[in-house]
Design a protein around this ligand. Structure first.
Ligand SMILES: C[S@@+](CC[C@H](N)C(=O)[O-])C[C@H]1O[C@@H](n2cnc3c(N)ncnc32)[C@H](O)[C@@H]1O
Length: 257
């Protein structure tokens, strides 16, 4: 058993399978698992004690069997991180969260993550592959040491979140369409599919950014949309690993930016 217990956080848990799964396999008896999601739960067995009490703050928590797990709903990931003590978190996960958060807020999220993570702790994000370059830049500007790994369908199946399953299903549908398509028209059809997917991604990202988006946010959107074709290739997803350096390395990284 490890010498000390860990605090593990998942941001944007959705229906919370991952954090529930992780909390079922603690490495230390006192490991603590914390999840947060902006949305209220639609999960059977959920209680909304605060609402029942007539209190204004809509925080909803499912009562999980594991005493080491707490999932807070109705709360923004940035506010959640802002409430955590400095250097108190050993691991942060965020799966398919980036496209829901505007650039200025992502910056704030990474800055708060840096503050609450212990030196040496790791943030792991899983996203569509077209987020790789943009997110890596954003995260490394905060002082993290970042690397990434392309993910294929088998990797995504292992991740096993609800959204991973949805993405996998549409990718498999795409492969099936390709298999049955007329080879002579396949390339032109794929061009149309990729263009359509880029356009709808742009609409989503522009809505998330809002009307007052600045130059930097527009450039971020362009960069992510330009990679729309990656969703149709062999590794449509990416895992981004960001490590908070030990103190001396962090100071020198920040002073050179
Ligand atoms: C695409 S879903 C992914 C859910 C889950 N991680 C998965 O892989 O199945 C994105 C989740 O992020 C949540 N979300 C969006 N913006 C958020 C924010 N600012 N803070 C916390 N959660 C957020 C949404 O409510 C949604 O549950």
């Amino acid at each position: 058993m490890p010498l000390r217990s860990f605090r593990i956080v998942e941001l944007g848990v959705g229906s919370a399978q991952k954090i529930v799964e992780l909390s079922g396999k603690p490495r230390h008896a006192k490991d603590e698992f914390l999840g947060v999601d902006l949305q209220q739960a639609n999960v059977p067995g959920t209680t909304n004690s605060v609402e029942f009490l007539g209190l204004p703050k809509p925080t909803m928590e499912k009562v999980w069997p594991q005493p080491n797990l707490k999932v807070t709903r109705g709360k923004d990931a940035v506010s959640f991180l802002a409430e955590q003590p400095s250097s108190s978190v050993d691991h942060i996960y965020a799966h398919f969260l980036a496209e829901h958060i505007p650039l200025h807020k992502r910056k704030s999220l990474f800055a708060h993550a840096m503050k609450v993570m212990r030196p040496g702790a790791r943030l792991v994000m899983v996203e569509q592959a077209n987020w790789n370059a943009q997110l890596r830049d954003e995260i490394s500007k905060t002082g993290f040491v970042v690397h990434s790994k392309p993910l294929n369908p088998a990797d995504l199946r292992r991740l096993g979140t609800n959204h991973a399953r949805t993405r996998l299903a549409s990718y498999e549908q795409h492969l099936q369409t390709r298999r049955t398509a007329d080879p002579s028209t396949l390339d032109s059809e794929m061009k149309l599919v990729i263009r359509g997917s880029g356009e709808s991604l742009r609409e989503i990202l522009e809505e998330v950014e809002g009307k007052k988006r600045g130059t930097e946010a527009r450039a971020a959107i362009d960069r992510v949309v330009q990679g729309a074709h990656l969703s149709y290739e062999n590794n449509p997803w990416v895992a981004i690993y960001a490590r908070k350096p030990r103190v001396e390395a962090l100071q020198s990284a920040l002073s050179s930016t």
